[in-house]
Design a protein around this ligand. Structure first.
Ligand code: PAF
Length: 286
């Protein structure tokens, strides 16, 4: 196994060397934590890496802009990519390995398997991004099989994604623990996202309203108010602030993602809305 310089992660682009590195760590009795990403790393990703290092011995970060989770009119081609900058950030964060397969390695000629998580993957973002969660579940299952980590970390910002992955892992008996990590936010409340860099200066000023509206509604729900009217008012407030369209603002059960009127069990308030050409999503616990 190649030596691990603590200042620079192993940069692995082929499955063979990845498996060799991971097998060496396993033989040494070291635990492995995977942080799957699409790159364009920001402090939210680095918090996941710090968390990985706090709970395990080795942190592997995958960087793969997965074409199968983007719709034909989405931002796959303009999605920000800068592997050199990402590797420098990962060195600073103490990651042990960066796994950066290319599309041909991930989806070889004739690739024909898809994982569909029915129900959980269909509403909310799934209703507006057909095929998205099937693409996510398929690539994450592959990443988990490639790295075989003990634990994999996902940000709660993509809450529906987290629940879809948990269900796929449970249904397919994958031997890995999935953990969600709380969303990292800017000082004004905006959830960190690689797509925030698409926002123009005016849009950036408006963007934190999404979280502010969610937080206010969550507080009112926590005091016993019913969701219906609050959600309608929230949508109107977001529209007045410049979000267009507001795709959804909904209260859902935190585990099943079924629609609920009152948070009798742990619930989640979730929203997706466009600001100019940028689609923002966010959610808060209720
Ligand atoms: O959240 C992301 O960055 C992606 O959806 C993931 C989980 C890395 C799968 O491509």
């Amino acid at each position: 196994m190649p030596p691990t310089d603590p200042a620079s992660p192993l940069h692995l682009t082929e499955l063979g060397p990845l498996r060799e590195a991971v097998a060496g760590w396993r033989r040494a009795g070291e635990s492995i934590v995977l942080v799957p990403t699409m790159g364009a790393l920001h402090p939210g990703h680095l918090a996941l890496v710090a968390h990985a290092k706090a709970i395990g011995r080795r942190a592997v970060v995958s960087i793969f802009v997965n074409p199968t989770q983007f719709g034909p009119s989405e931002d796959f081609s303009r999605y920000p990519r800068d592997v050199a900058a990402d590797l420098a950030l990962l060195a600073g964060a103490g990651a042990d390995a960066a796994w950066t397969p290319d599309v041909a390695a991930m989806y070889p000629q004739g690739f024909s398997t898809r994982i569909e998580v029915a129900g959980l993957g269909e509403g909310l973002c799934g209703a507006y991004r057909p095929g998205h969660f099937s693409g996510v579940a398929t690539v994450v299952t592959k990443l988990l099989n490639q790295v075989r980590p003990d634990i994999a970390l996902f940000g709660e910002k993509d809450f529906q994604q987290l629940q879809v992955i948990r269900r796929a892992v449970r249904d397919l008996d994958l031997a890995v623990e999935i953990r969600g990590v709380p969303t990292i936010r800017e000082a004004d409340g905006l959830a960190l996202s690689s797509r925030n860099r698409y926002l123009g200066p005016e849009e950036r000023l408006v963007a934190p309203r999404l979280q502010a509206v969610l937080a206010r509604i969550a507080a009112a729900l926590g005091e016993g108010a019913e969701a219906g009217r609050l959600l309608q008012e929230g949508i109107r407030e977001l529209e007045a602030a410049g979000f267009n369209p507001v795709q959804y603002l909904e209260l859902r059960d935190a585990e099943t993602l079924e629609r609920v009127e009152r948070p009798v069990r742990p619930a989640r308030l979730l929203a997706a809305a466009y600001l100019g050409r940028t689609r923002l999503i966010d959610n808060v616990a209720v």
